[in-house]
Write a protein of this length. Structure first.
Length: 272
């Protein structure tokens, strides 16, 4: 945040306005240069704008519909990114797909989160193992979830191991439907400073994901922290969602390679 101490809302609005001015023109250039770029990198980079737009919709404009729509688009960009052979960053390197995907309330995005392939999900000390536990919660596969808790209690990192052994980790509390224990855990998580300076001004990432998972499982935790907005916790999908970008629509095809286009034009000129 600048030295002028603008509010978080002013800061967010400034970021969105700057990216809006740049993004449309840049994406048009990127599509034209499709064959010269790592398309997965383009998609991953483009996902930041709808994330910020979603935050602005809710926290500046009080528009929860806009938040869900923009977060849906952000995740659609990540889905497309994941399908590319070359990408700058694997979408599930962090928890963000679960944060923005769950808050979109889109059944399509929920399905993606549930079935996404996590290459390191069997290594108890990796983030992917934790994301896989999120998947098991959404799948309601409680037997498999119990197995992961037992594995953490045996081989997890020191802090995680201690919580799992005591039955005080998030997933154990969830299975016990310990609403008070879950609320206390999430309240403590919400106090942890986010590594994302701008987004962390509005959402406590892990706390929001855990709170949303509780509501997905019918445990309506009540959190007294503005970084875990209660309005976002009920699962209420929009009637419809729009991908917004033509290159995300199923019928879109990439432009032909420059050399192929030139060759085609030469063939046409000869026929004339």
């Amino acid at each position: 945040m600048s030295e002028l101490k603008e509010t978080r809302e002013e800061w967010l609005t400034q970021v969105v306005n700057l990216q809006n001015d740049h993004s449309k023109e840049q994406l048009a250039k990127d599509v034209a240069n499709y064959h010269q770029l790592k398309w997965g990198c383009v998609l991953s980079s483009a996902s930041s704008l709808p994330r910020y737009r979603g935050l602005k919709s809710f926290f500046v404009e009080n528009d929860i519909h806009g938040l869900k729509q923009h977060f849906y688009v952000a995740c659609k960009l990540l889905i497309a990114c994941q399908k590319e052979a070359e990408t700058c960053d694997f979408p599930f390197s962090g928890y963000e797909p679960f944060l923005y995907g769950l808050l979109s309330d889109s059944p399509e995005i929920f399905d993606w989160l549930i079935h996404a392939e996590l290459k390191d999900k069997d290594d108890v000390k990796t983030p992917h193992f934790h994301w896989h536990q999120f998947q098991l919660v959404l799948r309601r596969d409680d037997d498999a979830l119990r197995e992961t808790i037992a594995l953490v209690a045996k081989k997890g990192r020191k802090h995680d191991k201690a919580l799992a052994q005591a039955g005080q980790d998030f997933f154990s509390l969830l299975l016990k439907q310990d609403k008070e224990g879950l609320q206390a855990l999430i309240e403590n998580q919400a106090k942890i400073k986010s590594v994302n300076e701008l987004e962390g001004q509005f959402l406590a990432g892990f706390a929001v994901v855990h709170a949303k998972l509780c509501w997905c499982r019918g445990i309506e935790v009540q959190i007294q922290n503005p970084l875990v907005p209660m309005e976002l916790l009920p699962v209420e999908p929009l009637d419809s969602y729009d991908v917004e970008y033509d290159f995300l629509r199923p019928e879109w095809t990439p432009p032909p390679p420059p050399g192929l286009l030139s060759k085609f034009k030469r063939l046409l000129s000869r026929k004339e």
